[in-house]
Design a protein around this ligand. Sequence first.
Ligand code: NAD
Length: 377
Amino acid sequence: NLVFVAKESVVEETRVAASVETAKKMRSLGFDVVVEAGAGVLSRIPDAEYEAAGARIGSIKEAKAADVVLKVRRPTTKEIAGYKSGAIIIAIMDPYGNEAALAEMARRGLTSFAVELMPRITRAQSMDVLSSQANLAGYQAVIEAAAVYDRALPMMMTAAGTVPAAKVFVMGAGVAGLQAIATARRLGAQVSATDVRPAAKEQVASLGAKFVAVEDEEFKAAETAGGYAKEMSKEYQAKQAVLVADHIAKQDIIITTALIPGRPAPRLVSRDMLKAMRPGAVAVDLAVERGGNIEGAEYGKVAEVEGVRVVGYPNMAGRIAASASALYAKNLVTFLETMVDKDTKSLAVNRTDELIKATMLTDGGEVVNPNFVDPDQ
Ligand code: NAD
């Protein structure tokens, strides 16, 4: 069986779907591995290193022979046309709102998987791309904030005087937020955080940060069975805004990470809140790809909003591509391994496995994922 590791065609995408380690692993699983020339360059993996790991370097034309194609982003229409019918395609498919692309993959007979739909159960932890990438994004958000900020983060007592510790406020304490808290703490900042899920309170405290939230009856019930946040009521949002406005006025850096599955990101920070911040304040909006948590945040830019520099970089994990690719590649190969029969070393997709069922988008010429099946057909 042949695995093709594609070079990403979207210019902003710096990551790659295989590392040297995973290329070796795929060889040991019995695959021939072809890596598209230059695929790893932006993640600092030269072609020669893949070759040394037993892979072959090839052109995009070789995708036609592949039984499995590994990618970071969903393939374009042109790329889809270059794959053979029946091929397995694994990537971050971003399926919501992209039903036409799913239909195209189905029409071409591809068996496609959206790795970001992986259930968050213990068995699948090592395949959880949302966590592996969000963790790095949370770290990098603090690094980007520190780079823009004109003051030092830690308190420094020197002969020439004392620099006070920066006050950092993290909004949304999921995977990215918790790593942002830990990173800001490591840099010596004074850190506080908020979330609407009660479970976050203890996690924030265990990292040594202060928890700030409206803890009413709605808060106590804000976590869904899946561990995600619900969209909060207008009343709760109003109470939260009052509390947060007071708090934000005293902060130097805010980092927002709040998301609600399948919904636009909640708007947590208004222009008025930014206006109340100190001169030189910095904000990072990690939710910018989903509409943003901060009013005035601009996709791909550092925007000046009411005197606050608001960082709106998409693909934050991709800004540390070498680390992001290493973890993403590992997530993918671990998932691919579940599709290989150990004895015969042949591909054997178990369509009753819950990981397969949750992530499979198209198969046998049809869109099969219940979340995306067209009700009119
Ligand atoms: P996410 O990316 O969907 O959202 C980020 C955070 O924003 C969440 O903590 C959410 O509660 C918060 N948020 C949403 N609306 C908000 C609002 N209005 N105000 C403030 N905060 C708001 O979340 P995530 O990082 O993917 O984590 C979601 C859950 O999944 C967590 O409970 C996490 O512990 C859990 N998880 C479990 C596993 C596993 O078991 N394998 C792995 C990763 C994450």
